[in-house]
Design a protein around this ligand. Sequence first.
Ligand code: FDA
Length: 500
Amino acid sequence: DDGDHVPALVIGSGYGGAVAALRLTQAGIATAVVEMGMAWTTAGADGKVFCDMLDPDHRSYWLRTRTDQPVGYFLGIDANKSISRYTGVLDSEKFAGIRVYQGRGVGGGSLVNGGMAVVPQRDYFAQILPSVDVTSMYDTYFPRANAALGVNAIDTAWFETAACYRYARVSRDQAKASGYRTTFLNNVYDFGYMRQEQAGTVTRSALASEVIYGNNFGKRSLDKTYLAAAAATGRLTISAQHVVTAVAPASPAGYTVTMNQIDTAGRTVAVKTVRADRVFFAAGSVGTSKLLVAMRAQGQLPNLPAAVGQGWGNNGNVMVARAQHLWNTTGALESGMPAMGIDNWSDPAGPVFAEIAPFPAGTELWISLYLAITKNPNRAQFAYDVTTGSVGLSWQTAQNQPAVTAAKRLFDTINRAQATVYRSDLFGVNKVWGDDFTYHPLGGCVLDQATDNYGRLPGYPGLYVVDGSLIPGSTGVNPFVTITALAERNLEKILTTDVS
Ligand code: FDA
C-alpha cells in the first residue's frame, strides 16, 4: 500500500523475480512482488482463464485493439483480428526494428511460453559468461533450477506413437535424412497430463491449441512452482496490475519505488510510493533495461554505469516454415508444446539450434514450422528519448541477416534433400523469414559489465538485477533455464554476503 516500508521489493514476477521471491522469503525476509500484469486465476464467461490460439479474444494481447500474431499471415492474407483493449497476457512490444514478445501477468513469460527447458551447451555458456564458475553452474544451479521448475522428459516410446507429435516426427526424419542431428527437449508441461489428453481422459490444453496466450491445464508455470512455494512461507505479497515507474534513493537509506495501479483497460487508478531496503529488478530484459536507462537519464539513479542499456540481443531468433508434400501429412492434431529440436550448433560455419514448432490450426496444413536460435553476433542499445520521455531500442531488422543466413544454410540443405520448398505466405506477402520479432530478449544489463559478478548495481547498495537482462544477448538455446539458474547462483551469494 501507499507509504509502506518493505525489506525487499521485487519488480516483476517472471523467472528472475520468482527465484528472488522464493529464496528471499525462505531466508525469512518479507518480500513484496510488484507485477504490471494480471493474476491469471479467474475464469472468463467461457469458463476458461485463458483463450486459445484459434480464437484469440481480449485476454490474448496486452492493451491492443488488434491481435499481432507471430505467424500473422496465411496465404499472404493478414490473419489478425480486432479485439477489445485489455491487459491481456501476451505483449507484442514494438520498437523501431523489432517486435519483442513478452508475457504479462503473475508468472511473466512462464504463462505464455512453450515450456521448453533446455540447458545450454557447457562450452558455449563458458564463452558467453566467462566470469561465472561453470562447474558450480552445471553441478549445482542448473539442477536446482530444473528441480524447482518441475522440468520433465518426454517418454520417447510414447512420442513415436502419439498423433499429436506426428509433425515433429516428420521434421525429425527429414532432418536426419538430410544429415542433421536431432534431440528431445525437456519441458515444464506435464507430459503425463498430455498423454491423458491424447487418450481423451482429461480436458485438453496443449492438444487444444493452447500456447502463447496461456495454458488452462498441464503447464507448471511459475505461479504453480516457485511463486507458490514462496507464498507458502507466509512472507510473500504480490501486487498485480501495478506498473513500477521510478526507483530512487531514499533518505536516510533504502529506495523509494513509485508505481501506477492500473485497471484492465490500462488506465491509472492510483499512484503509490513504497520504501524498500532492497530492490530486485526482475522486469525482464526489456522492462529492467528500460527502467534503469530512464532512471539514469532522468537523474534518479544518475551514477549507473554506461554499460546499463548495452549488449541487447534477440538470441539469434528467426522463424521459417517449409511446405510438405501432400503424402507427408503433419497431422490435424498438434501439441502446442514442442518436444524436439534440430541441433546443428557445433557447425562452425553457422550454428543453429532449431526447435520444431507446432502449427496447431486444428486441421491438416502440410506445414513444418521452426524457431531457429542462431549465433547472431549483432547487439543493440536502449536509449532515452528526451522529447518523448520513452526508452527506445536501436535494433535494426537488417541486424538479423546473420541469423537468416545461418538458418537458410540449414533449411536449404533440408529442402534440397527432401525436394521441398519454403512457405512464403506466413510472415507477410512473399516473405520467407520471420526475422522482425523475437521471443527471446536477452541483455541490456549484462552481468559483470553493467552489474558486478552477482547482479549488484555498482554505486547503489541494495539494488540488484536478477532477470534475462544479465545474459549478453545469446544463450544458444531457449533461455528460461539459464535465467533461472543464474538467478539461483546470484541469490545464494547475495543472501550469504549482503543479507544476514
Ligand atoms: P519475464 O519477461 O519472464 O518477466 C518479467 C515480468 O516483469 C513480466 O511479468 C512483466 O509483466 C513484469 N514487468 C515488466 N516491467 C514491469 C514494471 N515496470 N512494473 C511491474 N512489472 C513489470 N523460453 C524458454 O526457455 N523456452 C520456451 O519454450 C520459450 N517459449 C517462449 C514463447 C513465447 C511466446 C515467449 C514470449 C517467450 C518464450 N520463451 C521461452 C522466453 C522466456 O519466456 C523468457 O526468456 C523469460 O520469460 C524471461 O524471463 P525474465 O525473468 O527475464 O522476464
